[in-house]
Design a protein around this ligand. Structure first.
Ligand code: SAM
Length: 261
């Protein structure tokens, strides 16, 4: 019988290879098998030895390439064959990444499993665009939601709405590009200020990073005009206002998108 294998769920960060942690690189260097998502840095895969099996289970937006239960079974099967399996996932494995399900499937099958946290896009992508999620004198909290629910519908909860209407916290929306018109309508209908600053950061940390800033009422229209595409992080709240921080670097290709003027 072969030695027991194990599964390590590894967060690959938002896209730039140098935003993987040291612990992530060490786990990858020990891997016999790497099972990866779509949004992981290509450099990581290119650096793997010829003896490492690479399995792409990436999902294009709206299209589940490999069903989740098949991914779970794949991880268990390779670990039971005595292999060190790295499950490489975008951002952090436990932030809208279904990492919890994969962890639970391994544990239920008696397979040893651990986690290497990753740099989540929820925090890092706004930061790379010069947007602090909290800022003294502006806001002291943030709330991260997905606009992509099990039914595929936009479903901003009351807490998310209150963040904006009551200026209670910065709202960070993942997987929200296609739902942006519905999100804008929901917030405006709930009484949000039409001038509430919105920033949409596409492909954060990559050379194609683009930041669009616009008032809430025009956010969907402007995003449509500019051809905004996933992956993007949407930030709603006063911290997204242009000029909040001066002299912040790495704000590539900033579109000051106040389309009112
Ligand atoms: C399935 S979720 C996974 C999130 C991931 N686990 C994390 O912690 O970042 C995918 C969403 O994350 C966001 N995202 C991930 N990488 C991004 C990037 N480089 N730039 C902008 N948004 C990104 C987008 O909202 C995208 O639709």
């Amino acid at each position: 019988m072969s030695a027991p294998g194990h599964v390590t769920l590894v967060g690959a960060g938002p896209g730039a290879a140098d935003l993987l942690t040291y612990r992530a690189w060490r786990a990858i260097a020990r891997a016999d098998v790497v099972v990866h998502d779509r949004l992981v840095p290509s450099e990581v895969l290119e650096d793997l030895g010829d003896d490492v099996e690479v399995i792409d289970v990436g999902k294009a937006p709206g299209a589940h390439k490999v069903p989740q239960d098949e991914i779970n079974a794949l991880l268990v099967r390779h670990a039971r064959a005595g292999r060190h399996v790295v499950r490489l996932k975008g951002g952090d494995p436990f932030v809208f990444g279904r990492g919890g399900e994969e962890y639970a499937a391994c544990a239920a099958a008696g397979v040893a499993v651990d986690v290497v946290p990753g740099v989540s896009s929820a925090l890092s992508v706004p930061a790379l665009a010069g947007i602090p999620l909290t800022h003294r004198g502006t806001t002291t909290a943030f709330h991260v939601v997905t606009a992509h629910t099990r039914t595929g519908e936009q479903d901003l909860d009351d807490v998310a709405v209150a963040c904006v209407t009551q200026h209670a916290a910065t709202l960070v929306v993942l997987m929200g590009v296609s739902s942006l018109p519905a999100i804008v309508t929901r917030l405006l209908d709930a009484g949000a200020d039409p001038d509430t600053p919105v920033a949409i950061v596409e492909r954060g940390s990559t050379p194609e990073q683009r930041v669009t800033r616009v008032g809430l009422d025009l956010a969907a229209k402007r995003a449509d005009e500019l051809g905004v595409r996933a992956p993007a992080v949407i930030v709603v709240g006063d911290v997204a206002a242009p000029g909040l921080l001066e002299g912040v670097s790495d704000r590539r290709d900033v579109v000051l998108g106040d389309a009112r003027g």
